[in-house]
Design a protein around this ligand. Structure first.
Ligand code: NOJ
Length: 571
């Protein structure tokens, strides 16, 4: 922060800074209490919600003046997304938001986390070129209706859908000019919606934007710039976040009285052997390269020391003149430090971590820079996405880590949930009920440990487009029938279960909590019948489950036989 800005600080700014910039405590790696279920309730006023994002749910990709995003462009290229799915129509959330708010009202939610599509509002990405009033109206109506129903909007400004023009012209987050363009977009959102929106999240999961978008290329824009791509993109994202926070702080905070945070996603990393110092250090590197990469600059002003050391050393061994990890100037450090009114935390799973040395050489990349190996326990339940094992105790560990490292900031859990495979049409999702029950319980234990968690957002309201996995992984509390034009929603049993947690504000006592699952399963069997009555489901299931793999296998076999036949003839 510059001297000029210090000059006009008001008392509430100082309070926000004191909350954000606090000392680090030591995290006790050796203490992993895996205690039994804890019956109790959350603090009064604890906020319960669900989440979604624009590209994953809205559909309406090219209507009412919306511009193209990098995800529209990426998903339209063959071979990028599972089964070449696109979110062109997805859940049709753009047209069905009123129905969705009715679902939220029925769940008695306190908040709804959604994101604004930048190109829906600014089709070319630039405020100076064109503002799409129809896009503004859509979000304005959504916000108004949420407020009419007493649901607090928590709004993410960037959930990965960069305007395609900004990628084509400038290279997206690889270009420093994104900082100003994003700031203009954010400023417009504050101007148009800030009288009603009090919780702003600048970026959703910047780790994913940087690593999957610019390093591995699995996500849009699909760049594979190993060893440099992610670090450079992240550097600009952190600067963009800080700039937007300052814009809000200087221009809007006193009038609008809202908060600006970021949503960071991190798995927990547990040392394989908690009595082995090298495993502890490896686990700590795992977390610092994941969460600390973004959280440490925002809370303490610079990258974690361990990232600077490892990437710097490996860059030197590669013969590079400078570290592949960019450097913040002293002015930038103080400008970035303290720009977080609350920390949004997304969390889904855990890994065991141990030391593994990657000798520096040709293949340097983000993953090998960390010098570690990730392991999983084969006993951990794994109901849906390949990467998602249910390990509830990891959540409590992560929350306590945040408390110790960043001065016990105000936390909103912005994502937590579990998926099932596409072909699963069983609405009696007992694995999800168990996941929510146990993860929410670990969060309750963390609050008892003193972690400052203010709200919880179940991910997600609806089954939706799961990025490069297309529609093959369903995270929704509501099942969406994507084959039907109207995209009907059906409640899974976990809707009823989550409703019970919300209405009791936690887990009142064993007898009651045990009855919840029974009751939820009773309600879901009728929804199952409704869904089964849809003839498309059974048919499509057969096509994707039996016909497609059989035809593929046959093709491979026939080509192999044909190839062998040709070979023999040649010989
Ligand atoms: C994090 C992302 O923010 C969200 O969009 C995605 O659906 C979930 N992870 C599940 O993978």
């Amino acid at each position: 922060m510059t001297m000029l800005q210090w000059g006009i600080l008001r008392p509430h700014h100082v309070l926000a800074l004191v909350l954000c910039v606090s000392a680090t405590e030591d995290f006790d790696w050796t203490k992993n209490e895996r205690t039994s279920f804890y019956y109790g309730t959350f603090p009064t006023g604890f906020s319960w919600g669900v989440g979604s994002s624009a590209y994953q749910t809205e559909g309406a990709w090219n209507v009412d003046g919306k511009g193209i995003s990098i995800w529209d462009a990426f998903s339209h290229k063959k071979g990028k997304i599972f089964l070449n799915d696109t979110a062109d129509s997805s859940c049709e959330g753009y047209h069905k938001f009123k129905d969705d708010i009715a679902l939220m009202k029925d769940m008695k939610l306190n908040h709804y986390r959604f994101s604004i599509s930048w190109p829906r509002i600014l089709p070319t990405g630039l405020k100076s070129e064109k503002i799409n009033e129809k896009g503004i109206k859509y979000y304005s109506d959504l916000i108004n209706m949420l407020l009419d129903n007493k649901i607090t909007p928590i709004v993410t400004l960037y959930h990965w859908d960069l305007p395609q023009v900004l990628h084509e012209k400038y290279g997206g987050w690889h270009n420093i000019s994104m900082v100003n363009y994003f700031n203009d977009f954010a400023n417009l959102c504050f101007e148009r919606f800030g009288n009603r929106v009090k919780y702003w999240i600048t970026f959703n999961n910047p780790w994913s934007i940087a690593v999957e978008g610019y390093e591995t290329g699995e996500h849009a824009p699909g760049l594979k710039l190993k060893g440099t791509g992610a670090y450079k993109a992240a550097h600009h994202i952190i600067k963009a976040h800080a700039k937007v926070w300052h814009t809000y702080d200087m221009q809007w905070r006193s009038k609008q009285k809202g908060l600006v945070g970021i949503s960071l996603t991190a798995d927990w990393g547990e040392p394989v052997d908690i009595s082995n110092q090298r495993d502890i250090e490896a686990a700590e590197r795992y977390i610092q390269f994941y969460l600390g990469w973004f959280a440490t600059p925002l809370f303490h002003g610079d990258y974690p020391q361990v990232m600077k050391d490892y990437i710097g050393r490996k860059s030197g061994q590669q013969g590079l003149g400078a570290s592949r990890l960019p450097v913040f100037s002293p002015q930038e450090k103080s400008y970035i430090k303290g720009t977080c009114d609350f920390l949004g935390l997304g969390h889904f799973t855990t890994r065991y971590v141990t030391l593994k040395n990657y000798p520096s050489g040709a293949g340097d990349n983000y993953f090998s820079d960390r010098d570690l190996a990730e392991l999983v326990d084969p006993q951990w339940p794994d109901p849906g996405s390949e990467w998602l094992y249910s390990v509830p105790w990891g959540f409590r560990r992560l929350l306590n880590f945040v408390k110790t490292q960043y001065g016990n900031p105000m936390i909103y859990v912005t994502e937590n949930g579990v998926s099932e495979k596409m072909l699963c049409t069983d609405l009696c999702d007992d694995w999800r009920m168990k996941y929510f029950k146990d993860y929410i319980n670990e969060m309750l234990k963390a609050i008892k440990d003193g972690v400052n968690v203010k709200g919880y957002t179940a991910w997600s309201l609806l089954d939706s487009f799961e990025w490069d996995e297309g529609f093959s992984e369903r995270f929704g509390l509501y099942y969406v029938d994507f084959r039907s034009k109207n995209k009907p929603r059906y409640p899974k049993a976990s809707v009823h279960y989550y409703k019970r947690i919300i209405s009791s504000n936690g887990f009142p006592n064993q007898r009651e909590v045990e009855s919840w699952k029974r009751k939820a399963v009773e309600t879901c069997s009728s929804s199952n019948q409704l869904l089964a009555a849809d003839p498309l489901i059974g048919h499509m299931e057969m096509v994707t489950e039996i016909v497609v793999p059989t035809v593929c296998t046959l093709c491979i076999l026939i080509s192999a036989v044909f190839f062998m036949f040709l070979l023999r003839r040649r010989l």
